[in-house]
Design a binder for this molecule. Structure first.
Ligand SMILES: [Zn+2]
Length: 878
């Protein structure tokens, strides 16, 4: 067992920083055997802090080579190197501290701080990586102006980058050179970045609304030079959109994007120098799927939008992480919605939330959008902070309306520019600009758990009134036994017998809108609508207006009705999902039931032939609820039973709709040039869904079509769609041939090889674990590369649920074994892999013991990292 208990950090203990840093002068000498960092800080006492405190700086894994105060060396008894940093007792109110440290980037497998990836130096400092570079007050509320000089061998590292504008460059002795960068905007050290390497440069420009010309530069390894266009186009669209929708203009003269192969996260918004995981930025139609194209556009936008929501206005402390992430995810989802289909984007966001965030919110790691405590902040880059945080901002947008929300965001940026603030400051700006009281609304930031809204209704044909009663309850979560009612904006429509929206008129109103948002603020509220001519079907929580679960006793006929009549596209999709969930669940409960409800078959037949409806929506509606979602909905999930039931439904649908699937496939086949437009993406999605279903029933014609598509595909979406369908089929020979030929063609391209790994690791065929284990010894697998780990181990444990939850426990043992070995090399990645085990209590007995045993095995490792310790410990404790 570990010797010392990792420390918990509490929000209530927050104190302003005792010292502020006005200016930092950094000099990096980069070598193959290490790096020397010269750090000169202009420091002063914070007038708002308690007086007389010692100077304490954070630092980890550093070799201290020199320390000076106002230019004079410090004597050994004037300072102390502590376990987590450096303390200097006797300092005046204003002074310059010089620190020289020696670090080993080439041995840094944690990928925090300064490290090497494919021969280049790069950094990742959020949340607490800067302390692995030099001694510094590593907290976001210390904002300094940075000047950074980078020195390295000129032949190996011709490109030297840091934040801001390059102000000086030149040659040095021994074939070395330097570049000096100056960032005029004060920033926390988590936004510091440095890159040095032999990189190809792609250039573009953007003219801002005020007429300034910005240099856009993208840096990639030379072999990736052809993969930059989509990211640069996405960047320009994001810059224009942020000007138009939020009035935010870019502020530096240069904006740079660098692609790095080894990266723990997706991308990082360092000021003026965004660093991206290669898989989240590089794309050509030949190597990236539609999904990747859309994801890249969204991530480029997200990181760019941070320049205002995150960098110009930043977080006071890490409990406020959602201040920048929730708001920025909301902004990037608005952007994606404007670039594509708003309904489809809403469906995608709600699916992620309902499947994964709701699971997190009901598990042992449940925490509020603004957490109260943490052991390791890296564990709080969660769906709750990001996605639920974005939903909270979306609800403010719904409550205030477009115009007042914009006034609120303008006020927020104006009031807090250059400051480190809290989620409460954000809400306050929204309140002040709109005059709306959001006191109760703030509970969304404070209370964990997904609210459940129970809905009951009654129609009175004589009085022509329709009465709707809404009750809200929030389940207990760790540390929060009882909850207060939250302010839930509940969008609603009433659908009449011909599919028309009935007027929604409350007592005493003249206006009767066809859709309205009810303010649910009490535990229970009743709304009576007047002049309702006939019994309506309620369309509840339209557009998923709040991140809640709605319980209402819909009949299957009502759901079928909404599926084809609701004017709200989201609820049309949702009705189809609820119907499919109901049908699948009934087959779990009654294994003797042999056939699927024929009404579901009819509904899907209509969808497959409906060419009038938005085809992007049809493509979404054809997706059956995922196993992960069905597990989330179950009280004590029996994974194998859920898997079998869902497979039986899919089988029968595919068998009965076989001819329609072939027709849908042929109708959506096209040979034109690749375009990532919503229409073209919908066509490919429909075609590939039809193909997957045909191969699911081992259809011979499907097999022929898949082989043809695989051989002739003009883009990666079709190529990998065919490969995935074959890999999941029983056509062993075709499968092996396709896998070998795919690898042969793309072996030099790491991003495509990652897709190849993931397709195999998530294969639903029974007994794939030995094949997944074999992938770990494949020549292209690399334990130091997080993308490879995610594409094999992550894909297996996260997407291949029937195999991962094999009842002999083999999947759990496999995962535990690899978490243990990754714990020492990359604790952040190891901690994230634990998540499929955390909700062991929500599974039936056959799974629970094996999951708990795996957690206990991990927990028992001596010197477990605090990253993994926190997740495992909380999971076992519950
Ligand atoms: Zn972000």
């Amino acid at each position: 067992m570990r010797t010392s208990q990792p420390q918990t950090i509490y929000l209530k203990d927050y104190k302003v920083p005792p010292f502020l840093v006005d200016h930092v002068d950094l000099r990096f000498e980069l070598f193959e055997e290490g790096a020397r960092v010269y750090n000169s800080m202009e420091i002063r006492r914070n007038p708002d802090a308690e007086s007389g405190q010692s100077l304490e700086l954070d630092g980890e894994g550093l070799e201290l080579e020199g320390l000076t105060l106002n230019g004079l060396p410090l004597a050994d008894d004037d300072f102390e190197v502590t376990s987590g940093g450096l303390r200097v007792d006797k300092v005046s109110d204003k002074f310059t501290l010089g620190v020289v440290t020696w670090i080993l980037p080439q041995d840094n497998t944690r990928l925090e701080g300064l490290y090497k990836s494919s021969g280049m130096f790069c950094t990742q400092c959020e949340a607490e990586g800067f302390r692995w570079i030099t001694y510094f007050p590593d907290r976001p509320d210390v904002m300094a102006r940075f000047r950074t000089r980078v020195e390295a061998d000129k032949a190996r590292y011709p490109v030297l980058l840091s934040n801001g504008n390059d102000v000086e460059k030149g040659d040095l002795e021994d074939g070395r050179h330097f570049v000096t960068w100056e960032d005029p905007f004060p920033k926390p050290c988590y936004l510091f970045a440095l890159v040095a390497g032999d990189l190809a440069e792609k250039k573009d420009t953007f003219t801002t609304q005020s007429g300034r010309e910005i240099d856009l530069r993208m840096y990639v390894e030379p072999r990736n030079a052809a993969k930059c266009d989509h990211a640069l186009d996405s960047l320009k669209r994001s810059m224009r959109w942020d000007e138009q929708i939020y009035g935010r203009e870019y502020d530096l003269d240069i904006f740079m994007i660098v692609a790095v192969d080894d990266f723990n996260m997706g991308a990082m918004e360092n000021k003026g120098l965004n660093i991206f995981n290669s898989s989240c930025v590089l794309a050509t139609p030949d190597t990236a799927t539609d999904l990747a194209f859309q994801r890249i556009e969204a991530i480029v936008a997200h990181e760019y939008f941070h320049n205002w929501s995150g960098n110009r206005v930043t977080c006071r402390d890490w409990f406020q992480l959602s201040l920048k992430e929730g708001f920025t995810v909301f902004r990037d989802s608005q952007f994606s919605s404007d670039m594509g289909s708003p309904t489809v984007k809403r469906i995608e966001d709600a699916t992620l939330l309902r499947t994964a965030q709701f699971a997190e919110d009901s598990g042992p790691m449940a925490h509020p959008v603004r957490p109260d405590s943490y052991i390791e902040i890296s564990n709080f880059y969660t769906l709750t902070v990001y996605e639920k945080g974005a939903e909270v901002v979306r609800m403010i947008h719904t409550l205030l309306g477009e115009e007042d929300f914009r006034k609120g965001s303008d006020l927020y940026f104006e009031r807090h520019d250059g400051q480190a603030v809290t989620t409460d400051d954000f809400v306050k700006a929204m309140e002040d600009a709109s005059g709306r009281d959001l006191t109760q609304f703030r509970r969304w930031y404070q209370q964990a758990g997904t609210p459940i809204v129970d809905v009951s209704d009654a129609y009175d044909p004589d009085a022509k009134t329709y009465t709707l009663t809404l009750r809200q309850r929030i389940p207990a979560t760790p540390g929060q036994e009882t909850k207060q009612p939250q302010h839930i904006p509940f969008a609603l429509g009433l659908v009449g017998e011909h599919g028309e929206d009935l007027p929604l008129k409350l007592q005493g109103e003249d206006d009767a809108p066809a859709q309205r948002v009810l303010d649910l603020t009490d535990e229970q509220q009743t709304f009576v609508f007047h002049d309702v001519a006939a019994q309506p079907v309620p369309s509840l929580l339209r557009g998923f207006s709040a991140p809640v679960k709605v319980h209402y006793p819909w009949t299957r006929d009502q759901l079928l009705f909404l599926m084809s009549h609701d004017s709200d596209g989201f609820n049309r999709w949702d009705a189809g999902q609820r119907l499919a969930v109901d049908v699948i669940q009934s087959m779990v409960d009654e294994p003797q039931e042999r056939t699927v409800d024929p009404r579901l078959v009819t509904a899907f037949r209509q969808l497959l032939s409906d060419t009038d409806l938005d085809q992007a929506l049809v493509a979404k509606m054809l997706q059956l609820p995922s196993e992960a979602y069905l597990i989330e909905l179950a009280d004590e999930a029996d994974v194998q039973a859920i898997h079998k039931a869902r497979t039986r439904v899919l089988n029968q649908l595919a068998l009965e709709l076989r001819d329609e699937l072939v027709a849908c496939y042929l109708r959506n086949r096209e040979d034109g040039p690749y375009e990532p437009t919503p229409q073209a993406i919908a066509r490919r999605s429909l075609k590939n869904t039809a193909l997957a279903w045909l191969l699911h029933i081992n259809d011979e014609e499907g097999r022929m079509l898949a082989r043809q598509q695989f051989e002739n595909a003009g883009n990666m979406t079709d190529q990998s769609g065919a490969l995935r369908a074959l890999v999941n089929s029983e056509f062993e020979e075709d499968r092996d041939t396709a896998l070998a030929s795919f690898y042969d063609r793309f072996r030099e391209d790491p991003q495509v090889v990652e897709q190849w790994f993931a397709i195999q690791a998530s294969s639903v065929r029974a007994g794939t674990l030995p094949a997944v284990e074999a992938l770990l010894t494949h020549e292209a697998f690399d334990w130091k590369n997080p993308n490879k780990i995610r594409s094999v181990i992550g894909a297996f444990a996260g997407q291949n649920l029937a195999n991962f939850h094999a009842t002999d426990g083999s999947g759990y043992r496999f995962l535990a074994q690899h978490i243990l070995s990754l714990d020492s090399s990359n604790p952040q990645i190891a901690a994230r892999l634990v998540s499929p085990l955390t909700r062991w209590r929500n599974y039936s007995q056959a799974y629970r013991d094996g999951m708990r045993a795996a957690l206990e095995q991990i927990h028992a490792k001596p010197d477990l990292s605090k990253d993994v310790y926190e997740v495992v410990h909380k999971s076992l404790k519950g």
